[in-house]
Structures are given as structure tokens and as C-alpha cells.
Design a protein around this ligand. Structure first.
Ligand SMILES: [Fe+2]
Length: 599
């Protein structure tokens, strides 16, 4: 049985495939189109699911499981005056047309899909389920319980009262991009003092049971330009930060205060959920669960013993939940009782394919086919020389975090590495440190972590005797990924090789992309990203390409922005690129700037 789960038409459209109870593939559309957060019908992701399922045809699909209820969603949009049309069949029709399928189409509620995306992949036989996001149809926060194949929502908080929208509104106020940059606000918080806590607390009023209310005087969710009113500026005693302008102490203080209020609110509501759910297990889902600092407090200070966070807990992960719900509907059984072992669910490329690409492109690469130990030592040589390495290995990760398939790696002991990576490689704001990746065998020696953190969903304190400036935040914390040798064997062996040479079983691990671009998917994306940034060396499976080995014509193509002079510049390019420029060209662009309304 082949079930396709879909989230689409809002933010980061995604497809996944559950085939005979096994999660075979999951990937967002943006990775193929190179348009960040692409919200269009995920036709490329669908095609990849067909391929990963064993070259299926659209006729082999038994069901499309959709992640929200278009009828309920339209009712909310109409109530807000935001409805663009009255056609509740549109999502189904658009997906059928895009995919060419005539199988059943089943839509599940947005928060149920989120909850299912966590519970049915947690491996817990039973659990409390806490889902917090901006908004789906009406629900913004839900309290549920899962047991076996059953998943029930016990209580909901409805729009416009939303913790996610509160966080996004302040993100907007701080001059960052809504539905994208919330993690930057989280990263800014440790630099601030919580001096605005009382003021931000006044934006949200706790209610009975799981309920709360936003003080709507300060918010305006009905417009596309901004999510807050002038009253918020009066309350905080400052205006909205201009995008890309300098981040001041006041912005850090607001970020810190927002983070404190968020954590306190979530902790209070998690404690309430514990009183009604009769479980020691907690599943978290929804976009707010991407806040790994809050997850840590819930784990450390909350009443639940065990926690699972869906690795892609934004709307992407709800595609998985919808597919799991459809599996139960069609078979009467939960698709799996096991915890999702890894998220390497996207495209992978054989060394031979990469060898052909390298030959065709005129790149002189170092070939380590059949010589893994030598490959790893050659990478360690470069890391030890403080080089920045693009690491491309195996199937691409699902979710927002790079977990050792499409990663940029570097030496965490280098004091200059953080600034270098921020400025020259990632081309992003300098205030954020990078995440560490550590061998599980050594994790307790260096991190105050206790248990594994394979999906980078929680932070912890660094307790290492080593000085690790590139990965340690100003408050002594790090967003750590622990590496499992079973599911990441080569990445583990690389860490072992680095540890043998240096006594440090830790590397910097950041996503393989530059600012504004999705994480790289194909070998071509990786070469282009390297050519267009200060990555020193690229590991493409069994090959190493050093910066100097990238031909000048490829570097030129990689920097070739779309525009009126493109055709003229194209004519200057190497004949190897003629008729084949698309694979080297930068993304045509990201979604337009501005607040993404929740329409
Ligand atoms: Fe959501």
C-alpha cells in the first residue's frame, strides 16, 4: 500500500511516502525548485517519492493524505476577511492535477496531523501530545493523548489566541522574517536581559485549564504588512527594528524576555497536560517545537519523563502525520510501533554518478573510491588546517537541521571559525554560534546532556574541558546533535578520525547552504554553493574537490544572478555549460519579502 502524505499551499510544501507501513521518503519541494519555503504543489517531491518507492507510477498510489481541512480553514479565512476564493475543493483539485492521480484524497485536521506526525513516529505505545503553532484551521494549541493506534485531541485553544503568533509578531517587531527567522530571535535571546518580561507577559493572559488569551490590542493578524499594532511599540518604548539594521541591546532584551515568557507559558501548559493525560511520555509538535531552548526546559523542568520532538515539527512534519493517519484509516493499524530511526529520507547519489558529473564538468577532484580510511584522513588534514568543508554524503535529511548528510563542517576549537563561517560562508548575522555534532560515545564527557539528541531538537550546556568557541553560545549552551554509529556510520568514522588526531570528538555542523537558499540537494547544488561561498573543500561522497579545482567558468556560472544581462553573460560561458546551465544557476529567488500571512 502506497500512501502519499502532503502539506502544501502555505509554507514549505512537502511530500512523503509510507509504503506498506514503512516511511520511505520525505522531502520539501524547496530542495528541488531551489525556492526557499516553496509553497506550490510539491510535484517534484511527489516524483521523488514515486522514484524512492521503487519507480512507482501515479496509478500505484492508494491515497493522498492531506494535512488540513480546507473547509474549516476557509471558514476561518472568511471570518478574518482573508479568503482569496470560496473553493474548498481547490487543494484537492490542484494536487490531483499536479500529481496525475485519481486515488482517494483524505484530509485531516491541521493539529491532528501535527500531533500524529509526532506520536506515530515516537515509538511510544502511549503518550500525551502537545501541539503549538501559529494557526491551522482554528486551533493554535492542542492537548491530546495517543494510545496504540488511537489519537484524541482533548482540548483546543482557538485563533486568534496563539503562542506561535505571539512569537512571530515579536519576531516581526524585531525586524526578522516571520515564519522563517523565529530561530534567530531564539539565538539572540541569550545576549539579552529579561527586563521586558512583565510587558511581554501582559500580552498574554493565562486562563483555566489549557486556555489563554492574547491581549488583542497589541496584535493585528488581518494584514499582510505587519502583525502588531502601534500599541506594541508604545508598550516596549521603541519602534520596529528596520530589517538588516544593527541589532541593539534593546532588541536582545526583547528577544530574551519573549523567550522567557514563551518558556514559562509552555511549561505551565505542559504541567496542565500532565494532569489530564496520565502518561510519562510527551510528544511535541507544531512550529513552536522548533524552539529547542524551550524544549530543553520542558524536558528538564516539566513533569514528563520522556520526550519526543518531531524532527520537522513545522508543517512539513504534518505531511508525515497525515500519511500515518491515512494508514490507520485504510488498514486499521498503526504504521509503525518503532521510533523513527533517522531522517535520511531524501535523494542520494552514487559515487559513479558523481564521478560522471565531475568528469563532464572538467573538475580535477581527488578520487578516494574504495579507500574510505584515506578519504577520512584527508578530510581530517583539511579540518586540522582550519579549512571549512562541505560534506555531502548519503540521502538528504528531512527537516530544517543538517544532520550529517548535507552539512558544512569545521573545527570547533578555532576562535576565528564562528565569525569566518558567519561572514564568508553562510553570509548571515554574526551573533549566532553553530551547532556541534558529537560522537555518542563521548557525549557525556563534553555535554550536560544525559541522553542522545539525534535530531538536534534540544539544547544543553557545554561542560567540555576543551575550549569550543565556535559552538558555545554566550550562555554556555549548544544545540547539540549526537551521532549514532548505526544510522550515520561514515559520519561517525569521520568524527572518530578527527578525535584520534586531535582529542576532540566534536565538529561544527551547520546546514549546507548560504543565506536565503534551501539546503543543497544534488551534487550540482553542492558544487555551486561551494563556488559561491568560502567553503574550502567539498566532500562529494568518495571525492574531495578543493576550491582551486573548481574551474573559473563554473565559478562564474554559480554567481550568475538572473537578470537582464544574463543572456550576454551566458554566451561567455564554457561550452560545457551550453544547454545545461540550469543545474549550475542560483535559485531564481525566494518568496517575496514581507510577512507571510496565515491564509
Ligand atoms: Fe502548523
Amino acid at each position: 500500500m502506497n500512501i502519499i502524505g502532503v502539506s502544501a499551499f502555505y509554507h514549505e510544501s512537502t511530500c512523503c511516502l509510507i509504503q506498506d507501513g514503512r516511511l520511505i521518503a520525505a522531502v520539501p519541494e524547496e530542495r528541488f525548485t531551489r525556492v526557499k519555503y516553496d509553497r506550490r504543489a510539491p510535484v517534484n517531491a511527489f516524483r521523488y517519492c514515486l522514484e524512492a518507492g521503487g519507480n512507482l507510477s501515479p496509478g500505484d498510489i492508494d491515497c493522498i493524505a492531506y494535512y488540513e481541512d480546507p473547509v474549516k480553514k476557509l471558514a476561518r479565512q472568511k471570518a478574518m476577511g482573508l479568503a482569496e476564493h470560496e473553493d474548498t475543493d481547490k487543494p484537492e483539485r490542484d494536487l490531483r492535477n499536479a500529481f496525475g492521480v485519481d486515488c482517494p484524497f483524505i484530509a485531516f485536521d491541521h493539529h491532528l496531523s501535527h500531533a500524529a506526525g509526532s506520536f506515530y513516529f515516537s515509538g511510544f505505545p502511549e503518550a500525551a501530545v502537545f501541539t503549538v503553532d501559529g494557526v491551522g484551521e482554528w486551533a493554535t494549541t492542542t492537548y491530546g493523548v495517543g494510545k496504540g493506534k488511537d489519537l484524541k485531541i482533548l482540548e483546543e485553544v482557538h485563533f486568534p489566541h496563539s503562542i506561535g503568533l505571539l512569537y512571530s509578531a515579536v519576531t516581526d517587531f524585531l525586524g526578522f522574517q516571520v515564519l522563517s527567522d523565529e530561530y534567530k530571535v531564539m539565538g539572540l535571546a541569550p545576549y539579552g536581559k529579561p527586563i521586558f518580561v512583565d510587558k511581554i507577559q501582559s500580552l498574554i493572559q493565562m486562563g483555566d485549564k489549557g486556555q489563554f488569551k492574547l491581549n488583542l490590542k497589541y496584535f493585528d493578524f488581518s494584514q499582510a504588512k505587519r502583525m502588531f499594532t502601534d500599541d506594541l511599540a508604545v508598550l516596549l518604548g521603541t519602534g520596529q527594528r528596520v530589517k538588516e539594521s544593527e541589532v541593539g541591546q534593546i532588541h536582545m532584551d526583547i528577544a530574551k524576555s519573549l523567550q522567557v515568557v514563551l518558556e514559562n507559558t509552555l511549561l505551565e501548559k505542559v504541567r496542565y497536560l500532565h494532569t489530564i493525560a496520565e502518561s510519562e511520555n510527551l510528544c511535541l509538535s507544531g512550529g513552536v517545537s522548533l524552539n529547542c531552548v524551550a524544549n530543553r526546559r520542558i524536558h528538564r523542568e516539566g513533569p514528563f519523563k520522556n520526550i519526543f520532538v518531531q524532527p520537522a515539527s513545522g508543517d512539513s512534519g504534518s505531511a508525515l502525520g497525515a500519511a500515518a493517519l491515512a494508514h490507520i484509516k485504510l488498514t486499521g493499524k498503526r504504521h509503525s510501533e518503532e521510533r523513527i530511526p533517522h531522517v535520511f529520507l531524501g535523494p542520494g547519489y552514487e559515487s559513479e554518478t558523481i564521478a560522471d558529473l565531475i568528469t563532464q564538468s572538467g573538475i580535477k577532484a581527488h578520487d578516494f573510491r574504495g579507500k574510505e580510511a584515506e578519504l577520512l584522513e584527508a578530510i581530517v588534514d583539511r579540518l586540522n588546517e582550519q579549512k571549512v568543508i562541505g560534506w555531502f554524503h548519503g540521502r538528504m535529511e528531512f527537516g530544517p537541521r543538517a544532520l550529517g548528510a548535507r552539512s558544512i563542517i569545521a573545527d570547533p576549537r578555532d576562535v576565528t571559525m564562528r565569525d569566518r563561517l558567519n561572514a564568508l560562508v553562510k553570509k548571515r548575522e554574526g551573533f549566532r554560534p553553530f551547532a556541534p555534532v558529537i560522537l555518542e560515545a563521548h557525549m557525556n564527557e563534553h555535554m550536560d546532556i544525559g541522553e542522545t539528541s539525534r535530531f538536534m531538537t534540544e539544547t544543553c550546556l557545554v561542560k567540555s574541558k576543551l575550549d569550543l568557541p565556535a559552538i558555545t553560545h554566550v550562555d554556555g549552551s549548544a544545540r547539540v546533535q549526537t551521532v549514532d554509529p548505526q544510522t550515520s556510520p561514515r559520519f561517525s568514522r569521520l568524527l572518530e578520525a578527527f578525535n584520534r588526531r586531535t582529542g576532540c570528538p566534536i565538529l561544527v555542523n551547520t546546514s549546507f547552504n548560504v543565506r536565503g537558499e534551501p539546503i543543497v540537494c544534488t551534487p550540482e547544488d553542492a558544487i555551486r554553493c561551494m563556488a559561491n561561498s568560502q567553503i574550502d573543500s567539498l566532500v562529494l561522497e568518495d571525492f574531495i574537490i578543493d576550491k582551486a579545482q573548481i574551474p573559473a567558468f563554473l565559478r562564474k556560472a554559480a554567481q550568475l544572478a538572473p537578470g537582464p544581462f544574463r543572456d550576454r553573460v551566458e554566451s561567455d560561458l564554457h561550452p560545457l555549460l551550453s544547454g545545461n546551465l540550469e543545474r549550475w544557476r542560483p535559485a531564481e529567488g525566494v518568496l517575496p519579502e514581507g510577512v507571510y500571512t496565515f491564509v
